[in-house]
Design a protein around this ligand. Sequence first.
Ligand code: ZN
Length: 391
Amino acid sequence: MKESTSIKSYWLAYGIIAEAINDEKSMDHRNKELANYYENAENMGILGLADTRFLSQLCTEEEIQIARDTAASFYDYWKRKQKTEDINELSESLNERDLTEEKNDWLASIGVTKQYDYPYEGIYDISVGVSHQYEKGITASGKYADYEIKLQEDNTYFMSNVENVERFFYNNQHGAQKLYDSLKKADNSDLLPLERRAKYRIEEQNNIYQVLGGETDVSKSEIIIDSSYVLYCHLHELTHLWTQPEQEEKTTEDIWFGEEIACYGALQVEEYCGVDIKSYKDVDYFFVLAKMLESADTEEAKKILELYKSAGGSMEEKEFNHTLFNDIYVHENIEKYGLEIAIQNYNYPYYELFINYLVENYSLEDVIEVVTKHQTVEETFGKNFEELQQK
Ligand SMILES: [Zn+2]
């Protein structure tokens, strides 16, 4: 069905099928059942009507039936609203749309008093199917990427329920768009390989101490995420893909500039990233690091946390000060180990500080020249790599 027509969403297809076969469940009867179901605000996720809600890999038979009935009824509403029966026109009218308002309108029309306010509304242009690669998994494709995702039974993993899967698609789709736009703004963005289409392969492993948990093979356009930090690293890795040339051998300098620009990219789309290991859901990696220091209970750890707190930093999840903590963390480690060793041991905080310094004092365009190998560090910055690092 999806291959042979222009219908991109399962829900629209089900709506059309329900109408065509004129199934015996009358619309009135169906709407009464749905009204009853959606009167419980916790059930609203199904009304998101993402493809994921129609897959037995992710939902129960009962949930799928609700999704189908919702599709049939909402399709009927949508047709009347658009004043057309033309399937292509209806399909077009849904492109990249947030239907929150219309869904609330529909709910009211069947007599539901609760409001629809699903945070991952509008992922219709990610089409989802059953994976061939994993026994229990899904495959998907969207505007910028294709995906193979292994689903997990253990709910301490991120990819273990339909809502998280939708959250990933939502964040990846919107984050990729924003990342693309922010890289495109550079005057020399034509140097970047922004045409590369990402192939995400997500197969979580329980290795929580692996910092970022992803890797990108630019020669295959492949992004492999093999930790539980799915939401933390998905856009960092995409920045690697969209900025770095194919290279056999990489120097320390290449690695630094590659990581720096990846950290820069992730910072531009921070609202679509987060850490998702169960105990520290939705928070910054540096918050996890701070929490690890808290439980490590060593002298250095205590000192870093004290400095952070006395500078006004909070250990409350929502008030955690990423930049302040990062500054203190880096500073303390340089003091303790000396610049050279500290840099080797604690790379990511440095990458982030360094790229912020370069973009502020030089420009993103300069960094792009170096990352894409169009100019050397000396040509661009008038200093060699070691001299720049001393800053
Ligand atoms: Zn990286």
